[in-house]
Design a protein around this ligand. Structure first.
Ligand code: TXA
Ligand code: MG
Length: 342
């Protein structure tokens, strides 16, 4: 593991060379840090799965510098892909399309389709341009851990691995890209993200289908990435209803009693209005923003901080039911689902 400043152009050139040689480089994107490898080199891709401890049935997103490079990776570039790419790339949107034969099966976990995206971070773009090869990159964390939104998170999660980490500061978006399958007639939303279903529907002028969440690992093979055991901190996560300070208070009191926890071992992530109504001053308090994009930006840093402080339990106030909260709600529900699956 080497952590290097991404501000240095010599570092970018050396990292690009390392990628071409089949080695791993973690780099910042606007969503989360990615763990990159040469996407057309099966041995390099195998290093990603090994470093992350990632199950072989979970496909990896391929990152490229521009639309042209994305088109080279797919068998059919559809009109919907063209519209969405022109509107949101570079940006936090992954398009799933039928793959070209050059894309190794290990990248797509044996599926006939590949996920492609042009990231908006200047370091990611500089690296992709210098590497001149497509870069497969899942989030740069051990499998089932919380995605990294700064270089220190990557170092903590993958410190043992033979990886260079390009430090480009904190990620602006903070949660992973929206993933949408645009290979057929009806687009299918596979993972909610910063770009909402409504925005995509408005752009395409048609209704988008939302893929069902898999509740068991084998169902996840049909709809990869919908696995619920994902994005989970080590602390046990409990969700309480939005705007219900009494239930939040009762939950904290019950957990403290049942597990004989000191209140300082209980973390609470809730809105300022709810925190004001409850009396939780001894708990480790994290303030939930009322703005969904600010909340998304802070969420993973909070989940990492909860573990760093050694909190045993995290109680999260759910979000409002509005669709602008879909991506954040999806991630906190997945964090809370850990106990049901493992
Ligand atoms: O924002 C992001 O998407 C970040 C940054 C690094 O780009 N990457 C990321 O990768 O979150 P990862 O591996 O943690 O999530 C990849 C997910 C899969 O779990 C699946 O949901 C979807 O992307 N995906 C990738 N390739 C796919 C494919 N061929 N078919 C269906 N879904 C695919
Ligand atoms: Mg991930």
């Amino acid at each position: 593991m080497r952590c290097l400043s991404a501000a240095d152009s010599v570092v970018i050139a050396a990292a690009a060379h390392r990628l071409r040689e089949g080695q791993l480089v973690a780099f910042p994107t606007e969503t989360v840090y990615g763990l990159g490898a040469h996407a057309l080199d099966p041995e390099a891709v195998a290093r990603i799965y090994a470093a992350k401890g990632r199950p072989a049935h979970n496909p990896i997103i391929v990152h490229v510098a521009d639309v042209e490079a994305a088109r080279a990776l797919v068998a059919e570039w559809t009109p919907q892909a063209e519209r969405l790419a022109r509107r949101w790339w570079p940006g936090p949107l992954t398009l799933v399309l039928r793959k070209a034969s050059s894309v190794p099966d290990s990248v797509t976990a044996g599926l006939p389709k590949v996920g492609v995206r042009v990231p908006a971070h200047p370091v990611a773009l500089a690296l992709l341009q210098a590497a001149r090869v497509p870069v497969a990159a899942p989030s740069a964390n051990r499998s089932n851990e919380v995605s990294p939104t700064c270089a220190a998170h990557v170092v903590r999660s993958l410190g043992e691995a033979d990886v260079w980490v390009l430090d480009g500061g904190a990620c602006a978006v903070g949660i992973e890209s929206t993933v949408i399958d645009v290979s057929g007639e009806t687009p299918v939303l596979l993972r909610p993200g910063g770009i909402s279903r409504e925005e995509i529907e408005r752009e395409l002028g048609i209704t988008v289908r939302v893929a069902a969440k898999a509740t068991r690992e084998d169902e996840a093979r049909v709809a990869p990435g919908m696995m619920r055991k994902h994005y989970a901190p080590k602390a046990r996560v409990h969700l309480v209803p939005y705007g219900d300070a009494a239930t939040l208070q009762a939950t904290v009191d019950r957990l403290a009693q049942e597990a004989q926890l000191d209140l300082r071992q209980i973390a609470v992530l809730a809105s300022s209005a709810t925190l004001r109504q409850a009396n939780l001053t001894e708990c480790a308090l994290f303030l939930a923003s009322s703005d969904p994009s600010v909340y998304a930006h802070q969420l993973y840093a909070y989940l990492h901080a909860v573990d760093e402080r050694g909190c045993a339990v995290l109680v999260i106030e759910s979000t409002p039911e509005l669709s602008v909260w879909d991506a954040v709600r999806d991630r906190i529900q997945r964090a809370a689902a850990q106990a049901e699956i493992s």
